[in-house]
Design a binder for this molecule. Structure first.
Ligand SMILES: Nc1ncnc2c1ncn2[C@@H]1O[C@H](COP(=O)(O)OP(=O)(O)OP(=O)(O)O)[C@@H](O)[C@H]1O
Ligand SMILES: [Mg+2]
Length: 476
C-alpha cells in the first residue's frame, strides 16, 4: 500500500511525492551545504508523514522539538538523563510505537555521540515482536558517522559509528528506515551513505562533495556544476521512492517553526556604544531567575509515551460499511502477501484504515485473525468459531493455511496444493509446507489421505469435514 508525501513542486510546477512505503525499505540520504534547506526538507517530510508512520528524530541542535506541539512527538531532552535511562526510553519508544525527538542540544559532542548510539542501539535491539516500521531521521549525520577519526574520544566515535552502520545496513529487516542528512558527503562514513538508494542533493560548493553527489545521482561530471547553482530549498532527487531520473524539487512550506531561525542583518549599534563597553566595569548585580521546571523523570516520560494518542473525531461508519472497508483492505494485503512479518503488515493495515476513515482500528491480535481468514479466502468470521477454536492447538503462523484447508474440507472442494499452501504460509520452501502439515496431523486437527493416483485429501475429524482430492495434474 503506498502513501505519497508531498515534498514540493517540480520545475514544471507539478507535485513531487516521496513514496513512503518504498522509502521504508530503501532509505534516504540528503546532502547540502549549511543553509541549503536540509532541515527544512526533513521537517516537510516529517510533517507530511506524521500520523502515518512512527518517527524518531536524532536532533543534535534541538531543532525538531517543535514537532511535539503540533504532532505529539515525545521530546527526550538527552541532557537530563543517564545513558541507561536513555536506553530504557529508546526501548519503550519502540514498544509503544511512539514518535519521538531525541534532543541532544546542550551536550558536548562526545556525549551527543554516546547518547545517540545508546538510543539507536535500543531501537535496533528491540525484540522481534516490536519490529514495527519507523522512520529514523538523523540530522547532521556526519557527526554520528564520521568518515575519519577526529578530535572526539575513540570510544564515542566507535559506538556511534557502529550504531549508525547498524541502522543503515541492517535496520531494514527490523523495520527501521534511516533518513540521514549531512552538510558534507565527504565527511560521512562511506558504508553509512552507501546503503541509501534515494538521494536529495541540495546546493553544494566544494568540488569533492559535488562530485560524490553527482556520482550518486548518476550524473556526468560536467553536469555536476548544476548542483552548485541550486537555490536554497531546491534539491535534485533520485531513487525508487522519488523518481527514476533526477528531478528538481522546490521544497514546499512547513507548518511548524524551528528553534534556529536564519540570521538576519541588523544595523550596527551607534559609534559611542564602543565607549560604553569600557564604562561601569562593576559586576552587574545578578538577576535571580526562577529555575526552569525539571524535565520529566523516565517513569513520567514512559507513562506519557504509554498513554494512547488522542483519537480524532471522525464521522463514525455504520457497522456494515466498516466491515466491508476493513474486508477490502485485508483482501488487498492478502493478494500481495509474500511472507512479510505481522508487524509490517499491521502497519500497512493501519495506514489503509486511516485512509478509509476507520476508527478505532482493530488491534494487532484481531488483525492477525482477520488477516489469516482473508488469506484463506474466507469472508468474515461468521460460522468459523469452531474452526478458530480448533486452530488454538496450532502455532499462530499456521492459522491461515489451516483455515484454507478447513474451507476446502467444509465445502468438499479439492484440497489446496503445496504451492498454494506455501504462499499463504509465507514461505517458498515446500519442505516447510510438508513439516507444517506433519505438525497439524500430529496435533490431531487434520488427517491426510493420499489416493493411488497421488491426489491428497484432508479431513478435519472434529468437524466431520473432508476435502476432495487435489486436482488432477496439481498433485501435491
Ligand atoms: N524550501 C524552503 N522554503 C522556505 N524557506 C526555506 C526552505 N528551505 C530552507 N528555508 C529556510 O532557510 C534557512 C536555512 O534552512 P535549513 O536550516 O533547513 O538549512 P540546513 O541545510 O539545515 O543548514 P545547516 O546545515 O546549517 O543546518 C531556514 O531559515 C529555513 O527556514
Ligand atoms: Mg540543518
Amino acid at each position: 500500500m503506498s502513501f505519497g508525501v508531498d515534498l514540493g513542486s517540480s520545475e514544471r510546477g507539478q507535485p513531487v511525492e516521496l513514496d513512503l512505503g518504498e522509502l521504508l525499505s530503501t532509505r534516504l540520504l540528503v546532502q547540502g551545504n549549511s543553509g541549503s534547506g536540509k532541515s527544512h526538507l526533513l521537517r516537510r517530510l516529517l510533517e507530511g508523514s506524521a500520523g502515518t508512520v512512527q518517527q524518531v528524530v536524532i536532533d543534535p541542535e534541538g531543532d525538531f522539538v517543535t514537532l511535539s506541539d503540533a504532532f505529539g512527538h515525545t521530546v527526550i531532552d538527552a541532557a537530563s538523563y543517564s545513558l541507561g535511562e536513555v536506553a530504557t526510553i529508546g526501548a519503550r519508544i519502540r514498544e509503544h510505537r511512539a514518535s519521538a525527538v531525541l534532543s541532544l542540544d546542550g551536550l558536548e559532542i562526545d556525549d551527543q555521540m554516546r547518547c545517540a548510539a545508546v538510543f539507536l542501539n535500543a531501537l535496533f535491539e528491540a525484540p522481534r515482536e516490536h519490529w514495527f516500521p519507523a522512520l529514523v531521521v538523523v540530522d547532521e549525520a556526519q557527526l554520528f558517522a564520521p568518515a575519519a577519526a577526529g578530535e572526539v574520544a575513540d570510544d564515542a566515535r566507535k559506538t556511534s559509528l557502529s550504531a549508525m552502520t547498524n541502522l543503515m545496513c541492517r535496520g531494514r529487516k527490523r523495520g527501521l528506515a534511516g533518513v540521514i542528512a549531512t552538510q558534507r558527503l565527504a565527511k560521512l562514513a562511506k558504508n553509512v551513505a552507501a546503503e541509501a538508494s534515494n538521494f536529495l542533493m541540495g546546493r553544494t560548493f566544494l568540488d569533492i562533495d559535488m562530485l560524490r553527489a553527482a556520482d550518486l545521482l548518476g550524473m556526468e561530471r560536467r553536469q555536476a556544476e548544476a548542483i552548485r547553482d541550486l537555490e536554497r530549498g531546491q534539491f535534485l532527487g533520485l531513487g525508487p521512492a522519488i523518481a527514476r531520473r533526477p528531478v528538481l524539487v522546490r521544497v514546499g512550506a512547513v507548518r511548524t517553526g524551528t528553534n534556529n531561525a536564519a540570521p538576519v542583518l541588523l544595523p550596527l549599534p551607534g559609534a559611542d556604544a564602543g565607549a560604553e563597553l569600557l564604562l561601569n566595569l562593576e559586576p552587574a548585580p545578578r538577576e535571580i531567575v526562577a529555575p526552569p521546571p525539571p524535565p520529566p523523570r523516565p517513569a513520567e516520560l514512559i507513562r506519557a509515551i504509554e498513554a494512547p494518542p488522542p483519537v480524532p473525531n471522525l464521522p463514525s461508519l455504520d457497522e456494515e460499511e466498516r466491515t466491508s472497508r476493513i474486508g477490502a483492505i485485508l483482501s488487498g494485503l492478502a493478494a500481495t502477501f509474500s511472507g512479510q512479518p505481522a508487524p509490517a503488515l499491521y502497519q500497512e493495515f493501519t495506514v489503509g484504515c486511516r485512509m478509509a476513515g476507520i476508527a478505532p482500528i482493530p488491534p494487532l491480535a484481531d488483525f492477525r485473525r482477520l488477516f489469516a481468514l482473508a488469506l484463506a479466502g474466507i469472508d468474515g468470521e461468521e460460522g468459523w468459531a469452531e474452526t478458530l477454536a480448533l486452530a488454538a492447538a496450532l502455532p499462530e503462523e499456521m492459522l491461515a493455511p489451516f483455515l484454507r484447508i478447513a474451507r476446502a474440507a467444509r465445502d468438499g472442494a479439492p484440497c489446496p496444493d503445496d504451492a498454494e499452501l506455501a504462499r499463504i504460509y509465507g514461505t517458498a520452501s515446500m519442505g516447510r509446507v510438508k513439516r507444517m502439515l506433519g505438525h497439524m496431523e500430529e496435533r490431531g486437527v487434520i488427517v491426510i489421505r493420499t489416493d493411488l493416483a497421488g491426489g491428497r485429501s484432508i479431513a478435519l475429524p472434529h468437524l466431520g469435514w473432508t476435502s476432495a482430492a487435489t486436482e488432477a495434474g496439481r498433485a501435491a
